[in-house]
Ligand binder design. Sequence first.
Ligand code: AMP
Ligand code: GLY
Length: 423
Amino acid sequence: MTILLLGSGGREHALAWKMLQSKHCTKLFVAPGNAGTEAIATNVAINPNDFQAVKQLVLAENIQMVVVGPEDPLVNGIYDFFKNDSQLATIPVIGPSKLGAQLEGSKEFAKEFLVKHNIPTAAYDSFTKDTVEAGCAFLETLKAPYVLKADGLAAGKGVLILQDLEEAKTELRNMLVDAKFGDASSKVVIEEFLDGIELSCFVLTDGKNYKILPTAKDYKRIGEGDTGLNTGGMGAVSPVPFADAILLEKIETRIVKPTIEGLQKDNIEYKGFVFIGLINVKGEPIVIEYNVRMGDPETEVVMPRLKSDLVAIFDAMAKQELDKIELEIDERSATTIMVVSGGYPEDYEKGKEISGLDTVEDSLVFHAGTKLENGKVLSNGGRVLAITSYGNSFEEAIKKSYQNINKLHFDKMNYRKDIGFDL
Ligand code: AMP
Ligand code: GLY
């Protein structure tokens, strides 16, 4: 089968790497891809949000399945675009419908879904420009820290956690009245702060059946000891050592099952990944967010631990036969360390030549922000490479990744030296 994968990050390189191991994948296109995907598949320079361009490519290359990496084409409705186009309607899109993608596209939609289906989540209320004063009054009823979330997609920057009540009120006004995050903050969810350790649960669903992928934990802050600015993720570990059988059982019965049943009850078409962000509050898992895609860099540890054929899984999802699939998981730990451009997540330079890639031994190198130019691999984004290793323990895996990172070089290269420090 000829497959098209949309996206260009480390997540997409890992998905491409995994799909190419399947005998069902005879040709893989990645749009737009990076230097890593270019080495194993065919990159096509189109924007995943330009659905007409995607359509032309699908028809021209006889593509038989489309796998969507990032959230924005999903939130923009690529699933429905295919379904409603007579030339594309038979081609499965792996990802939720536009309505299902609202679980990530609107924090308010997600909170309403959680409450409606009795899934544990933080208490909340939502506000607009017209109710900003009511929002300030609601903040006064809460204890610090205050959690403010822009309703819409804000490239991972839309959540503010503030210690001071007056500052929280000011930021609420900035978001609602001064459009701090543009349209994304025309509505704001104010939420009770949950104190605990975060972990992520990844689920595959066909809208009726589900399979749970290995757990993973990412490290979001730029600085060692989880300090400094938020990033897309600086490293990840799978499995999560503290996610024991008791916690996993609670996650499945209280969160995963009611989520999939909720999709069915609400007639939401969903053949894709559900990424559930959780906080473990004294042994009780509570949902903080849904994403409608895989995590990045979590994919770079979850896919290496999946032994089953990913394309066969996607095909079963498209046919709503996921119940016929058994997932086989590698028992080993997998860890990944993100190598980033100096300055990231603030301003950074691109176009730096990366050396040492061919000296890496016993680790997988997933490219994120890279491009190939005149035979050279150049940095092309904030997060540049994800170095994934296996180990009998996460410590062993992390050690291998660091040994290999020592062989890599580009100008102003940076990475966190303490991934796994808290486990
Ligand atoms: P989100 O985009 O909803 O995942 O939020 C981004 C980050 O903010 C999360 O990864 C958490 O670290 C933090 N966060 C979100 N909601 C809460 C909450 N209710 N309590 C504590 N921390 C939160
Ligand atoms: N690593 C977090 C995310 O992909 O949203």
